[in-house]
Design a protein around this ligand. Sequence first.
Ligand SMILES: [Ca+2]
Ligand SMILES: [Ca+2]
Ligand SMILES: [Ca+2]
Length: 195
Amino acid sequence: MEDFDSGAAGWTHGGTHDEWQVGPPQHYSDDPASAYSTPNVYGIDLSTDGAYEDDSSQRLNSPTIDCTGKYGVRLHYKRWLAVEDGVYDRATITVNGIQVYVNPPGNGENHTIDTSWQDEVIDISSIANNNPTVRVRFELASDPGLHFGGWNIDDFCVEGIGGGPGTEEIVSGAGAGPSNAPVVKTWSHASRRRW
Ligand SMILES: [Ca+2]
Ligand SMILES: [Ca+2]
Ligand SMILES: [Ca+2]
């Protein structure tokens, strides 16, 4: 797990009007008053006015994560996100270039404004299972008007199971096996590994 509290080794960011930074959020704009795990988060503009800029296109890239031998792989992280309707501003997560999250398009009045830390779990098994090079990207693209606090990310984790003896719980369904066919697969908390 990466809690960003000792920095963010291997993470990179860039883009237009890039304001991604590691540090403590300061309740500017729609940002939280404190990190989920203190002191730090990785977020967009923690220290000036809190809000992302208009006409920005900025991304945060995880290090390469080795999921060799792992199945049922999930992205699990803490989210505090504030973004205008998706028809105007888009907050996305991609894994190896494949979109796995986008904020709802809304109707101009349904902004996504978190007011507490959200525990987010996203099934990325179809992309990440047994994949030695998994890269996660958080991105925000904004239009010329109206802006909010943007992404705040904490306790980032890609988790899966390595299989092996001694596990009992049965999971079946898409993503549970290499072929994505429904299969019986051992699964237990004891076998879940975080890295
Ligand atoms: Ca933290
Ligand atoms: Ca906007
Ligand atoms: Ca912010």
